[in-house]
Design a protein around this ligand. Structure first.
Ligand SMILES: *Cc1c(COP(=O)(O)O)cnc(C)c1O
Length: 465
């Protein structure tokens, strides 16, 4: 077939722009955008014809659907890409899904602050310039027992800043068992190199003793560093130095002891039936000089790196030029104040902080919720629905061995593949993200937030009209 005959079948751009649906779309979006998409769609069809001149049916379909294709393209470009999704994976701190969700109350408070002016760096008492850390520094020190605190962009930035401020061109001693990698881009030796500090490894992968640190202390030493092995465990024939002993060694040689504790755990997790994770309070009490942790892991707040400890060091860190480059904005400051406010009273934290609420949820309650949702979904004849026991995870590189018993709605589509069903759920207006196990789609209700069960029902139902 002659390609020119096909080309002639493609309506002219001017004519397309006169189409009623296209005119309507131009009125609500932008004429330039619609024009651009029209040109792109017609160009794409021409390119397809050139490459596949014998595919008559497909060419005809493309030309017949030209208006729909343009509308789809315009809608894609003019709608928001970042969306709320439903987390049915059962992983509480899902890094790809934004780690810790923030409570409605905290978000409302932040909204009030960021939609207007605020006292971000203005001291209302004295009427002069204030500090953006003042809003939460006092609460942090009260909760953790530290003398001073600040917060930066994230915990990776916190480690970089601490080492840059306290150990540039000097040596920092770390155990070989603690040369952690978190999510590929955070590796202790690499961060150390960036800061200009020299890494001195001591001990072995499985055993490091206090004497290993002590033997390497010299006039070149600037600090002793302990890193929490958040996302892996060394088990069996092992030995590591406690933060108490390391802090005592630091005092003996007048060297600061730094601890990267990873997750900012402020509550005793054994209360949730989980393994004990070192708390910030415990390390401060043990005498650590500087501690840092993430804001959006087990603390349950916004992305941030919190640095707390002795005032003499915190002051030095606050004044370091790099601090300006990694500083937090007003959103983060407002959200940090809210989350720490909740921790003033542990009962309140357990009631208000979404991450803690999810960890605390009891499996039987989750089962009842799963049964209710399953019952509603059973009206969709194309699906085989059941409720099954499953295990939720903490995620976010915290407590890697921990599995929390939970329940999931298990969906086996009968008229399409499970992979196809999973893809359709991902493309819903409110996407539902779950897990596929043995050709069954699982929605673990532990991580499905309050009020989202009906949204799941509606979303799935909309696929079978
Ligand atoms: C998670 C983690 C980090 C990185 O924290 P971000 O807030 O993600 O930058 C650094 N160190 C340890 C030990 C961690 O667990």
């Amino acid at each position: 077939m002659d390609v020119n005959r096909y080309f002639r079948m493609i309506p002219k751009v001017d004519l397309i722009m006169e189409d009623e649906r296209i005119k309507e779309l131009s009125a609500v979006t932008s004429r330039d955008l619609v024009l651009e998409c029209t040109r792109k769609v017609t160009d794409d069809i021409r390119a397809f014809i050139n490459g596949n001149p014998d595919k008559e049916n497909e060419i005809n379909t493309l030309i017949d659907n030209i208006i729909d294709s343009i509308i789809l393209k315009v809608n894609k470009l003019s709608s928001y890409n970042m969306k709320k999704v439903i987390n049915g994976t059962g992983t509480i701190l899902h890094t790809n899904l934004g780690r810790a969700p923030i409570s409605q109350e905290a978000a409302e408070r932040a909204k009030d602050i960021v939609t207007g002016y605020s006292n971000l760096e203005f001291d209302l008492e004295s009427g002069i310039r204030g500090s953006r850390y003042a809003h939460f520094e006092k609460i942090i020190t009260r909760i953790t027992g530290a003398e001073a605190a600040l917060a930066v962009n994230n915990n990776a930035a916190a480690v970089l800043l601490i080492l840059s401020a306290l150990a540039r061109d000097k040596e920092v001693i770390v155990s070989r068992g603690e040369l952690v990698e978190i999510g590929g881009s955070f590796r202790v030796p690499d961060v150390m190199k960036q800061s200009g500090a020299k890494l001195v490894e001591v001990g072995t992968t499985n055993k490091t003793r206090l004497s290993d640190y002590e033997e390497r202390i010299s006039s070149e030493t600037a600090a002793l560093l302990k890193v929490h092995t958040s996302n892996y465990r060394i088990v069996g024939f092992t030995e590591s130095v406690s933060i108490e002993d390391l802090s005592a060694l630091g005092r003996k040689y007048n060297l600061p002891v730094i601890e990267d504790i990873g997750s900012g755990v402020l509550t005793d997790l054994t209360k949730f039936g989980l393994t004990y994770e070192p708390t910030v309070q415990h390390s401060i009490k043990a005498g650590v000089d500087i501690i840092c942790f993430s804001g959006d892991k087990l603390l349950g707040g916004p992305q941030a790196g919190i640095i707390a400890g002795k005032k003499q060091y915190i002051d030095k860190i606050k004044k370091h030029p790099l601090n300006r480059a990694v500083r937090i904005d007003k959103f983060t400051a407002a959200l940090l104040e809210s989350v720490f406010h909740d921790y003033i009273d542990e009962e309140k934290a357990l009631k208000n902080v979404p991450v803690l609420k999810m960890m605390k949820m009891n499996a039987e309650d989750i089962r009842l919720r799963a049964e209710t949702l399953a019952q509603r979904l059973r009206e969709i004849r194309e699906l085989a629905i059941s409720v099954g026991e499953c295990y939720s995870q903490i995620g976010g590189g915290a407590l890697p061995l921990e599995k929390i018993r939970s329940y999931a709605v298990c969906i086996k589509p009968e008229t399409m593949s499970c992979a196809g069903f999973e893809r359709k759920l991902r493309n819903l207006e409110v996407p539902i993200i779950g897990r596929v196990v043995n050709d069954t789609f699982l929605i673990d209700l532990r991580t499905v937030l309050e009020g989202e069960d009906p949204v799941i029902y509606k979303g799935i139902k909309s696929l079978f009209k």
